[in-house]
Design a protein around this ligand. Structure first.
Ligand SMILES: [Cu+2]
Length: 466
């Protein structure tokens, strides 16, 4: 455990009234299939954790019991709540002690599809943090619901049985845009200095949607003509995931739970770790299909779920779609004229190969995050609009995540963008990306890459309010 928990926590509700929700953290079994039962840490003995539905603006109380031998943190991803409630040690949230209990209260906002997950440090312990089964969806009901659909289906994408290896296999043809020569040169220079073997990556044996390998659980049964709203969460500790349904298209209505200005139709979805996509699918191609990942190996080991039309029979079919690159700007306002920021902060991302006992170290503007100094850190003035300009001098895709705030993409894939509001965004290899956020939720705020392996080895920084 890197940071000492705080001793007092006045914000904790002292009431003995029953909580709205109870989460119990304990080791349990997930039956991905009859031949594939894995042991991991879970919420309420299930994967995914229970779907929590609450109303925007109506306070909720959550009792969290930690039945494990190690302190835990439950992070409320995408919620604009106080730092003490956010479940993030770097922001000053207290740990839930081993075999201890914590009650928290917060006002859920903003509306939309969010999630909760463990926010501990794992480093080389692949039983911890987001490598475990500690993830669950939370849906905050908006005041008005504009969706025209017959029903909603939540899909949680998750790998199990992680192990360390030396060869990464991250998909490269994911995002639009072109690599920038200057960023490649920066990376090359770092590689010449740190010229040892590439550091560890994490691979997985088993893959699942809603805790089942495809074909092992119940199919999603649909009727011709139905419009189904899928809420997809990539609960991976670091993998970029894709999802396609042969013969069907996705109309994206929200990204990270926030309605998009333009509901564009796409042939398939790409999601970085912790990203959410809400998309409507018109069920107009009867049959039995695999809604699955494009990666044959991962889909072959479970990353999919069967869609079965009423009256259709036979083996579930998969057809590999044409390659398709994800373009966030597609979902933005047609005229991209974002507001002018009060201040721009440049952040250059660099990797030092195998620098930390065989693990790659990550640096932001030349500095790896340290829990001792809590740096790198930036100071925010309340009410100001900040633009972060990221420059990725590495060949990895980074799912960038800012806690307790939403941001607006203003430049991505080499193009301007406006109106796309997110809390995680994939930064392509050797590319730049800019997003704006308003300093409107005072309190220590963590920024990090949502790849557990990257955040644990330096890829974090603090934003502190003046
Ligand atoms: Cu990263």
């Amino acid at each position: 455990m890197a940071a000492a928990p705080r001793l007092s926590w006045p914000a904790v509700a002292q009431s003995h009234a029953p909580a709205d929700y109870t989460l119990r953290i304990a080791t349990g079994l997930v039956e991905l299939g009859p031949q594939h039962i894995v042991s991991t840490t879970l919420y309420n003995a299930e994967f995914p954790g229970p779907l929590l539905r609450c109303k925007e603006g109506t306070p909720v109380t959550v009792d969290i019991h930690n039945d494990t031998d190690t302190p835990e943190l439950v992070h409320w991803h995408g919620l604009m709540i106080p730092s003490e409630m956010d479940g993030t040690a770097e922001e000053g949230s207290p740990y839930i002690p081993a075999h201890g209990r914590q009650r928290i209260s917060f006002v859920p906002r903003p509306s939309g599809f969010r999630f909760y997950h463990s926010h501990t440090t794992a480093r080389d312990d692949l039983t911890r943090a987001t490598y475990s089964g500690q993830a669950g969806p939370i849906y905050i009901e908006p005041a008005s619901n504009p969706g025209a659909y017959d029903r909603e289906v939540f899909l949680v994408l998750k790998e199990f049985l992680p192990s360390l290896n030396r060869g990464g296999d991250m998909p490269m043809h994911v995002l639009v845009g072109s690599p920038i020569a200057e960023l490649k040169e920066l990376a090359q220079r770092a590689d010449e200095t740190f010229n040892g073997p590439k550091g560890y990556e994490v691979g997985y044996e088993l893959f699942s949607i809603n805790g089942k390998m495809w074909g092992e659980g119940e199919p999603i049964r649909v009727k011709q003509g139905e419009r189904v709203l899928f809420h997809v969460l990539n609960a991976s500790a670091g993998e970029v995931r894709s999802l396609a349904l042969p013969g069907h298209k996705f109309t994206v209505v929200a990204l990270d739970g926030n309605p998009v200005p333009r509901q564009a139709e796409v042939p398939l979805l790409w999601l970085g770790a912790a990203e959410r996509v809400s998309a409507l699918v018109a069920m107009n191609h009867p049959g039995v299909w695999v809604l699955g990942d494009l990666a044959d190996d991962d889909r072959g080991h479970g990353m999919g779920i069967v869609i079965e039309y009423a009256g259709a029979k036979g083996e579930a079919k998969w057809v590999t779609p044409e390659p398709y690159l994800w373009d966030y700007a597609l979902f933005g306002k047609p005229e991209a004229r974002p507001a002018i920021p009060d201040q721009t902060i440049d952040i250059t991302i660099l990797e030092h190969n195998g620098e930390l006992n065989g693990f790659n170290q990550w640096l932001l503007n030349g500095e790896a995050f340290s829990m001792e100094t809590m740096k790198p850190a930036y100071t925010l003035t309340p009410g100001r609009r900040y633009r972060l300009r990221f420059r990725n001098a590495s060949d990895d895709i980074h799912p960038l995540h800012l806690h307790r705030h939403s941001f607006e993409l203003v430049r991505v894939g080499g193009k301007p963008s406006a109106g796309v509001i997110k809390d995680v965004v994939m930064l392509a290899s050797f590319q730049e990306l800019e997003f704006d956020f308003v300093a409107d939720n005072p309190g220590p705020t963590l920024f990090h890459c949502h790849q557990q392996l990257h955040m644990d080895f330096g890829f974090m920084s603090m934003f502190n309010y003046a």
